[in-house]
Design a protein around this ligand. Structure first.
Ligand code: GAL
Length: 390
């Protein structure tokens, strides 16, 4: 598979690049994806769907993401949705979830909505959106997750509520002894970060225990639906130091209370989770705000762990900055044997609205390890056809 993909890319890379540029200039039908470049929608406007995710439903792809203003950091519009049948040409379908114009709503204009992910619930027939929500005027202090629901993929989504997950609950596998020990830890005793004592206290649940009563912090996030239809929310918690993976209820609108911590103290953000050939993979970034850093990767046989850490999947020049990008989602292309797309953002904090996207085809090593290599341009049409499923 790896060889095929590389070979195809080598042979067609130059040709595709020329097409891409020529057609993009005319702002008409695009024939390929040019990572890091301007990506015009069907009206010629740069796509405005940052920190997003893609959902395939009944023959159409939907790309949901942050509608960002040309200047500033707060959410003035909401979550935007685009649709496509070829993953290259996207039509703006409008605002899937709008900010509230009235004051007092948790999603009041001027809040911050980030990293929205939409999944389809087969049993309820609803489209469910989870997103990172920061309340207006509070910077990034609120650290909440928002839930919204819709009968159609393009919305409008109805905001249901926001919360901090798993109030009153301890992680799966935390024994009574672990709980007693964690409850004794006090932040005041660990003012200095990154000391060996502080690291030990974080691993033992210093911040976890602090937040059990009111619920766990929830910032960068994704949602993953397993083959059995169960859904999971994966989010940066505990002051962005530790990832949590939490099981959602059957309607995807609440938590069952079962969750695990991943890499305590590892400072992982921007989680991307996918399953291939029965193995779960998690690609994350470090924690440097809008500045890119070297991605990390984890692998597990079960969502509940253990999660084994591996080197970054990025390979080649600029792998140390993940090609100047930060991951947001990964999905398999429908109707292909094994074609996968990794989605990332190249943040431009001076003008988030015009931040480019870095979408790359994924190559897999013999042992199934995902590898991300740079491509100036490529087309999802290059993936060999095959049965759907993962
Ligand atoms: C990044 C995060 C983004 C956004 C940004 C704000 O680390 O991945 O989604 O929250 O920080 O500085």
């Amino acid at each position: 598979m790896a060889e095929t993909l590389q070979g195809v890319r080598k042979r067609w890379g130059a040709v595709l690049a020329t097409w891409c540029l020529a057609v993009a200039a005319a702002a008409q039908g695009l024939t390929c994806i040019a990572p890091g470049g301007e990506w015009p929608d069907s009206k010629g406007e740069h796509i405005n769907a940052h920190g997003g995710g893609v959902l395939w439903h009944e023959g159409t792809y939907y790309w949901y993401g942050e509608n960002r203003p040309a200047r500033g950091f707060t959410t003035e519009v909401g979550v935007e949705v685009y649709s496509s049948t070829d993953l290259v040409n996207w039509t703006d379908r409008g605002v899937a979830l709008a900010v509230s114009a009235g004051p007092g709503s948790p999603i009041e204009r001027g809040c911050i909505m980030e990293r929205p992910k939409v999944v389809y619930n087969r049993s309820t027939g609803k489209f469910v959106m989870l997103f990172h929500l920061e309340l207006k005027g509070q910077g990034y202090a609120a650290a909440r997750v928002g839930f919204a629901v819709s009968d159609t993929p393009v919305g409008p989504f109805r905001f249901i509520r926001s919360l901090r997950p798993n109030a009153g609950k301890w992680p799966d596998g935390f024994s009574r002894r672990d709980i007693r020990r964690a409850k004794k830890l006090k932040e005041a005793d660990y003012k200095e970060w990154w000391t060996p004592q502080w690291r030990k206290a974080i691993a033992e649940g210093l911040l976890l225990a602090r937040d059990v009563p009111g619920g766990q912090m929830s910032r960068d996030m994704t949602v993953f639906v397993d083959d059995d239809g169960k859904a999971y929310h994966i989010y940066s918690s505990e002051e962005n130091l530790t990832l949590h993976l939490a099981e959602l209820t059957d309607d995807y609108l609440d938590y069952t209370g079962k969750y695990v911590r991943i890499a305590p103290g590892g400072q992982n953000e921007a989680p991307v989770l996918f399953k291939r050939n029965g193995v779960y993979w998690l690609i994350t970034s470090g924690c440097t705000g809008w500045r890119p850093n070297e991605a990390r990767m984890f692998r597990a046989e079960s969502l509940w762990g253990p999660w084994e850490q591996l080197p970054t999947p990025f390979e080649g020049a600029d792998a140390a900055t993940s090609f100047h990008s930060q991951g947001t989602y990964m999905f398999k292309v429908e109707g292909t044997a094994d074609g996968w797309v990794f989605m990332a953002d190249r943040w431009m904090p001076d003008s988030l609205r015009y931040s480019p996207y870095v979408w790359l085809p994924v190559v897999f090593g013999a042992d199934g390890v995902p590898v991300l290599r740079w491509a100036d341009s490529w087309s999802p049409a290059m993936f060999p056809a095959g049965a759907s499923g993962r």
